[in-house]
Design a protein around this ligand. Structure first.
Ligand code: NI
Length: 532
């Protein structure tokens, strides 16, 4: 980093004389011509006094992502659409980063609160949509900061369904050392006009979860100087010869530059900032240059030292270090089923020869599931059991030998459940806190004796009838409503072959697959549990 260049006195005097010459030539026919000396040439215009370069469309790296996708594969990609309140939001969360996730949620909650107030509905309830709703495309998108606000609001991939309400979108803007920068843009309005266009930058340390907001990174001077340099550069591009100092920006102009600071990202030429539409200055108006009607992208090769707070300096001290990447996805992350439409996909009777492949699919879909395992099947597949637990899936008891528990004494029924639970927890080191009675058969005496939640289901795919993959997908995806518990068996090839389409189909409708414990926010009710 270095200080911005200052304009020297000699440069200024050259500028003034050059301006005088051109003004003469252009405007006042008949004023004195150039000196008679044939060797005379006009003084060279001082170039590059501005530290800002205004980027043309083809220089802005459209479509490129400044953070390699491979390094952010572990991010938990989210998308919420809610037509009742007029909101659509795309966001990311990170495994093992509760502080970052809370700040992300803060951005989303802000949007929800204002839209709940505006729409007049009683509160926010998660919504799901038809099978072709397209909601499996989630998370951040490149170039969100560059899109005109009205365009973002009207785009069904970002904006509210009617075009009226709020769009929240995010962009991964910075990745260096342990730091990931995620910019959130919140646009509110309707086809009649954009009412608000806010930018929040979160910089998270992917190793420590320490998260800094962009606004804590920049000094008060930074916005003013970014504005000054940008206008100066535009003035030069417009052919102005004046280097007279610009009048200071008013509050509206300063706000534009403050927003632009939150869009900072790595570009080909250094740091790139996007100034929202509306950039204007008296000096530009004097040149016939109107206020910008589209976002303007500018580049700064080196950030002047005075722009960064000590916190910002500490962060950017690692700017030259390759990005360390984000932690891998883990199924046990916290999910708020009052915010996203949850559905619990469950698999009984395993582990089987198909379970490892199912775990691959769940991992690729970043979807946690709950496995109700048979105690007798566990010892032969300890590796699969350990892996399922390590990846954050929920493991629970489905008895040792699959008897009808209502046909046993309560004590014998309890032994069936507890012994299978112990076989699982001996491998995983984690307690087993729930069970699924074989055939769903349980009575009050058995319930009481076992004393754990008995997890039943609200959608039975009847996969043991081998109805075929397509039918299985239909049975699970078409029927699901928020809070459902779906019953499958990972002992059937078709069930595992259909799993990818089932999970993708659920997401397409707006669902977030969760474990049973996540479905209940960490505390599963006792007794018979069919759904949330
Ligand atoms: Ni069973």
């Amino acid at each position: 980093m270095r200080h911005g260049k200052t304009i020297s006195n000699s440069a200024l005097s050259r500028a003034v004389s050059a301006a005088a010459v051109v003004a003469c030539a252009a405007l006042f026919a008949g004023c004195a011509g150039p000196p008679a000396d044939p060797a005379w040439v006009p003084p060279t215009w001082p170039a590059g006094d501005s530290i800002v370069t205004v980027l043309a469309g083809d220089e802005t790296g459209s479509g490129s992502d400044p953070v390699p996708a491979a390094d952010t594969a572990g991010l938990i990609e989210g998308r919420v659409r809610n037509d009742a309140v007029g909101l659509q939001a795309r966001y990311v969360e990170m495994t093992g980063a509760p502080r970052f996730n809370r700040l992300v949620r803060g951005v989303l909650d802000g949007a929800i609160e204002s839209e709940v107030a505006r729409s007049g509905v009683a509160g926010f309830t998660p919504e799901v949509f038809d099978v072709r709703a397209g909601l499996s495309d989630r998370g951040c998108v490149p170039d969100v900061s560059e899109r005109p606000a009205a365009e973002l609001l009207a785009d069904p991939a970002f904006g509210p369904a009617t075009g009226e309400g709020t769009a929240v979108a995010c962009e991964l803007t910075l990745g260096f050392g342990p730091v990931l920068g995620v910019m959130f843009r919140t646009v509110t309005g309707s086809s009649a006009g954009v009412e608000a266009d806010e930018f929040v930058l979160l910089l998270v340390n992917t190793e420590t979860d320490e998260t800094v907001e962009g606004k804590a990174m920049w000094t008060h001077e930074a916005a003013g100087q970014l504005w000054q340099h940008s206008v100066e550069e535009m003035r030069r591009e417009a052919g102005a010869l004046s280097t007279a100092p610009l009048a200071a920006p008013d509050d509206v102009q300063l706000e534009l530059a403050t927003k632009a600071l939150n869009t900072v990202r790595f570009g080909a030429e250094g740091f790139e900032f996007t100034l929202p539409a509306g950039l204007s200055a008296a000096e530009l108006v004097g040149l016939g240059v109107e206020a910008t009607h589209a976002p303007l992208k500018v580049s700064v090769a080196d950030l002047p030292d005075g722009w960064l707070t000590p916190q910002g300096q500490a962060l950017f001290a690692q700017a030259d270090t390759p990005f360390a990447g984000v932690p891998a996805w883990h199924g046990s992350h916290s999910v708020d089923c009052d915010f996203v439409a949850c559905v619990a996909v469950t698999y009984d009777d395993g582990p089987s020869a198909f379970t490892a492949e199912l775990l691959d699919i769940l991992s690729a879909q970043e979807s946690p599931a709950t496995f109700f395992m048979m105690g007798t099947a566990v010892p032969g597949r300890a590796d699969v059991v350990a892996r399922a637990a390590a990846e954050g899936h929920e493991l629970a008891s489905h008895s040792m030998t699959h008897p009808d528990l209502t046909g046993l004494s309560p004590s014998a029924a309890r032994r069936e459940i507890v012994r299978a639970g112990k076989a699982i927890s001996d491998i995983t080191g984690q307690p087993v806190t729930m069970y699924r009675p074989p055939y769903g058969a349980v009575n009050d005496r058995v319930l009481k004796k076992i004393g754990l939640p008995a997890i039943l289901w609200s959608i039975d795919t009847l996969d043991w009838e081998d109805p075929g993959e397509a039918e299985l997908v239909k049975r699970a995806v078409d029927a699901a409503t928020p809070g459902d518990i779906i019953l499958f068996h990972d002992t059937h090839a078709d069930t595992v072959n259909a799993a990818d389409d089932v999970l993708a189909g659920l997401k397409e409708r707006g669902f977030t697959p969760v474990t049973v414990t996540q479905l209940f926010g960490g505390s599963v009710p006792h007794g018979r549990v069919f759904a949330r």
